[in-house]
Design a protein around this ligand. Structure first.
Ligand code: AMP
Length: 498
C-alpha cells in the first residue's frame, strides 16, 4: 500500500513525501479513503499508531476547496490537553506546508487576544481544548455553525478528565450535517453512548490493541523500599543505564513529581518537570527543553504526558508503578517509538505487587526483574510477608526500613547487570507463585474490567475500598441472554480495549 493510492491531493502527497513516510500505517490506510468520501469514522486507536495523520491528511485535501469566514472556522479538532492540541497544530504545519491555511489554536493558559485575532481572520482549522472553546463561544467571539468536519480525539482521555458534558454541548453547537471523526484508545460505555448519539453511521476502524507494548521496548522491574531509598534507587538506575540518551520519569502524583524533580536537581541531575498545575508557558518550555536536549530527564505526571510524541526517548522510568494497567502501556510507549529500541524500568515496592500483576495480565506477558532484583530482598517490614529465617538477608535489625538497606542493595546491581537484564529475560522472582495468576477467561475478564476510581493526582485520600479490589468483584459476571445479544457486535462495550 502506498499513500498515492489513498486519494489524497497532490499537495498533501508532496508533504507526506517530505516527511519521509513511505507507507501508510494501518489506521491511515483504512481511515483516509473514508474521510475523503465524507463518512463519519470511529477510530479505535491509541497514539503512536499514526492516527493524527489519519485525520490531518484527508482534512487538508478536503480544505483545498472553499475558504473560511471571520469567526466561523471550517473544521474543529478537540483535544483533551494543551500539549496534544499544540502537537496537532505542529502536524498541520508539517503536512500543510504546501497549503495556505489559517490554523488557530484555542487552549487555556494563553492570552485571549492573539487567539481572538486569529479567529477573526477566519480559521480553516481550529484546534481547541473544550473549556477554552466554550469560553469563546459563550462570549459570542466564535460561531460553530460553519463547521464542516469535527474531530474528537482521545475521547477516553476526555472522559477521564471530566470533559464529556462539554463535548456533548459542543456537538450540539456544530451543524447536524457535519462529518465527525472520533478517536479513542478504549471504548468504555460512556464513550460508546457518545458515539451512538453523535456519529452518523460511522465506519468503525480498530487498530493494534491498547494493551500491546512494542517489541522494541525492553521492560524490567527493580525492587525498592519507599521514601528516600526509592529516590536513591532511581538515581542508581539513571547512573547505571546502558545506552542512555534521555529519560521520562513518571510519578503517580503531582506532589511527588515536584519532590522528585527537586531531589534530582539537588543531586546534580539535569532534570525538567511536567505536570498539570504548571501554566502553559512553563509546560511548553519544559517540553521544548527536553525535546531539544537542554535537559535529559523530565519528571512527569500521567495527565501531562499522555499522548506526547517525543521522538527518540531512550529510557522510561516508572518511579511509581501506575495503579491503572493501561497507563503503564501509555507510559512505556513514550520510548521504543518508530522502530527505535527503548528501555522501560519500573521501581516496585511491596505495595505495588497487585498492580504489576494487573499490568502483566493486560499486556499478556511477564515483566522480568533485573539481575539480582526481587521484593524478597527487601526487609521484612517492607515486603509485608514473612521470609523464612534462614533465607533472610543478613542485616542489622536496627537498619531503618528503606534507609541504608536499600542503599546497600543498590550496589549489588551494577550498570552492566541492568543493561544485560533489560534485554535478556530472567525467571521471575520466586515470591510470585503460579497460583497468583488466574487462568484463561478470568484473566481476560480482569484485564477488561471497568476502570477503578483513579487515584487522585494531588494525593488526596482514596475513598471507599481505594485501590483494593476484592477477588469477588473481579470474577466474571453473568450476563442475561437478551443483554448478551444486544452487546454482541460491540466488543468495546463494557470492556477496556485490551
Ligand atoms: P501519532 O499516532 O499520530 O501520535 O503518530 C506517531 C508518530 O508516527 C509521529 O511521530 C508521526 O510523525 C509518525 N508517523 C505517522 N504516520 C507515519 C507513517 N506513515 N510512517 C512513518 N511514521 C509515521
Amino acid at each position: 500500500m502506498t499513500f498515492s493510492k489513498l486519494g489524497l491531493s497532490e499537495k498533501v502527497l508532496q508533504a507526506v513525501e517530505a516527511s519521509g513516510y513511505l507507507t501508510p500505517t494501518p489506521i491511515q490506510a483504512e481511515a483516509i479513503p473514508h474521510v475523503l468520501a465524507g463518512r463519519d469514522v470511529l477510530g479505535i486507536a491509541q497514539t503512536g499508531t499514526g492516527k493524527t495523520a489519519a485525520f490531518t491528511l484527508p482534512m487538508l485535501s478536503r480544505l483545498e476547496k472553499g475558504r473560511a469566514r471571520a469567526r466561523m472556522p471550517r473544521t474543529l479538532i478537540l483535544e483533551p490537553t494543551r500539549e496534544l492540541a499544540a502537537q496537532v497544530e505542529e502536524s498541520f504545519a508539517r503536512y500543510g506546508i504546501n497549503h495556505k491555511l489559517n490554523v488557530a489554536l484555542l487552549i487555556g493558559g494563553v492570552s485571549f487576544g492573539d487567539q481572538e485575532t486569529k479567529i477573526m481572520r477566519g480559521a480553516d482549522v481550529l484546534i481547541a481544548t473544550p473549556g477554552r472553546l466554550l469560553d469563546f463561544s459563550e462570549r459570542g467571539k466564535l460561531l460553530l455553525t460553519g463547521i464542516e468536519i469535527l474531530v474528537i480525539d482521545e475521547a477516553d482521555r476526555m472522559l477521564d478528565m471530566g470533559f464529556i458534558p462539554d463535548i456533548e454541548r459542543i456537538c450540539k453547537l456544530v451543524p447536524f450535517t457535519r462529518q465527525t471523526l472520533f478517536f479513542s484508545a478504549t471504548m468504555p460505555p460512556e464513550i460508546t453512548r457518545l458515539t451512538e448519539a453523535f456519529l452518523h453511521n460511522p465506519v468503525r476502524i480498530e487498530v493494534a490493541r491498547a494493551a500491546s507494548t512494542a517489541i522494541t521496548i525492553s521492560q524490567g522491574l527493580v525492587a525498592s523500599a519507599t521514601g528516600p531509598a526509592k529516590r536513591e534507587t532511581l538515581r542508581r538506575l539513571i547512573r547505571g543505564a546502558a545506552d542512555f540518551k534521555n529519560a521520562i520519569i513518571f510519578c503517580n502524583r503531582k506532589r511527588d513529581v515536584a519532590i522528585l524533580h527537586k531531589s534530582l536537581q539537588k543531586h546534580g541531575f539535569n532534570a525538567g518537570v511536567l505536570h498539570g498545575d504548571m501554566d502553559q508557558r512553563a509546560r511548553m518550555a519544559s517540553l521544548d527543553a527536553f525535546k531539544s536536549g537542554g535537559v535529559d530527564l523530565i519528571v512527569c505526571s500521567d495527565v501531562a504526558a499522555r499522548g506526547l510524541d517525543i521522538p527518540d526517548v531512550s529510557h522510561v522510568f516508572n518511579f511509581d508503578v501506575p495503579t491503572h494497567a493501561e497507563d503503564y502501556v501509555h507510559r512505556i510507549g513514550r520510548t521504543g517509538r518508530a522502530g527505535k529500541t527503548g528501555i522501560a524500568v519500573s521501581i516496585v515496592t511491596s505495595a505495588d505487587q497487585k498492580y504489576i500483576l494487573q499490568i502483566e495480565r493486560l499486556i499478556a506477558r511477564k515483566i522480568d526483574w533485573l539481575a539480582g532484583e526481587s521484593l524478597a530482598n527487601l526487609p521484612e517490614e517492607e515486603t509485608g510477608h514473612r521470609v523464612p529465617r534462614g533465607e533472610r538477608p543478613q542485616r542489622s535489625r536496627r537498619t531503618a526500613p528503606g534507609g541504608g538497606g536499600a542503599r546497600a542493595r543498590a550496589s549489588t546491581s551494577r550498570p552492566s547487570d541492568i543493561a544485560a537484564s533489560a534485554t535478556t529475560p530472567k525467571p521471575i522472582a520466586s515470591h510470585r507463585r503460579d497460583g497468583d495468576r488466574p487462568s484463561g477467561e478470568a484473566v481476560s475478564k480482569q484485564a477488561g474490567a471497568p476502570r477503578q476510581q483513579h487515584q487522585k493526582e494531588d494525593g488526596s485520600p482514596v475513598i471507599g475500598m481505594g485501590d483494593h479490589v476484592p477477588m469477588f468483584l473481579l470474577r466474571p459476571t453473568t450476563v442475561k441472554p437478551g443483554k448478551a445479544a444486544a452487546d454482541k457486535g460491540d466488543p468495546g462495550k463494557n470492556t477496556r480495549m485490551g
